[in-house]
Design a protein around this ligand. Structure first.
Ligand code: G1P
Length: 275
């Protein structure tokens, strides 16, 4: 059973300034729900109900969101609006939320290492909330958990991207061992197109075994002088301990304006179909 899921959420969200000047980027809503709530729903559906969030300065809204607002609930109780809070209430009732602060922005690997205090010595999921995923039919994290249960390896979600976009992602080098499952030999963080080992990009879903923390501790800063999770996973891949899963479903890069608008349009059309 994987019970814990870590959400690195300390970044500044500079691509969404000025919206993210005083508001965490993870609280940007697609329709009426903040990005991080979609992520926590995905974690819970995959059986992970201990949520760990690595925050930074100015992120208090996240902790308030995953808490009961007695005044608000009292105000709307018995009105037609009561149902609007049932989704978040479900998460609060079924998950625990723990927080730790990353005091310096030293990369995703550093954020994950900062989360060790919330995770301890067990296998855990990682969700980057600005990659919003819609699985078909199961969530992406549920698909990854199934693969973990079969192989007991680190699992990363991968997706084909056009060659002129590989420089935005971690990119894998691997061999397909079964339909959509790749045994990884290595991976490179944000390579130039002519240096990329493939066009299979890492997206923001990981299942990591606890030894990743020791590997991170001995990994040197990489791309942009930051501690990269990609570099630590490349070390584990050389030992045959990492699989890539080409998941079934869609993923929206909600860290970019284009992806954010695409996700909004997608969820809006889904909502209209349901009405
Ligand atoms: C991070 C990872 C990168 C991965 C991406 C997915 O980059 O470092 O390997 O492909 O998330 O969204 P970031 O987008 O935080 O720069």
């Amino acid at each position: 059973m994987i019970r814990k899921c870590l959400f690195p959420a300390a970044g500044y969200g500079t691509r969404f300034l000025p919206a993210t000047k005083a508001m965490p980027k993870e609280m940007m809503p697609i329709l009426d729900k903040p990005l991080i709530q979609y992520g926590v729903e995905e974690a819970l559906k995959a059986g992970m109900n201990q949520i760990g969030i690595v925050t930074g300065r100015g992120k208090r809204a996240i902790a308030d969101h995953f808490d009961i607002s007695y005044e608000l609930e009292h105000q709307i109780s018995g009105t037609a609006k009561e149902g609007k809070l049932s989704g978040i209430r479900h998460l609060i009732d079924h998950c625990t939320f723990s927080y730790t602060r990353q005091t310096e922005m030293k990369g995703l690997g550093h954020a994950i290492l900062t989360g060790e205090t919330l995770i301890g010595a067990e296998t855990f999921g990682v969700i980057l909330a600005d990659d919003l995923c819609v699985g078909e039919p199961d969530t992406v994290m549920s698909q990854m958990v199934r693969l973990y249960e079969k192989h007991q390896a680190c699992i990363i979600a991968i997706e084909e991207v056009p060659m002129d976009e590989v420089h935005k992602y971690g990119v894998i080098d691997g061999v397909e061992i079964e339909d959509g499952v790749y045994k990884l030999n290595g991976m490179v963080e944000k390579p130039a197109a002519d240096e990329a080992p493939s066009n299979l990009a890492i997206i923001g879903r990981y299942i990591l075994m606890p030894e990743i923390f020791d590997v991170l501790r001995t990994t040197a800063p990489g791309k942009n002088g930051e501690l990269q999770i990609t570099d630590a996973l490349a070390t584990m891949a050389k030992q045959g301990k990492v699989l890539g899963l080409k998941f079934r479903g869609k993923r929206f890069d909600c860290g970019s304006v284009n992806g954010f608008v695409e996700a909004t349009n997608y969820f809006f059309s889904q909502m209209e179909e349901e009405d």
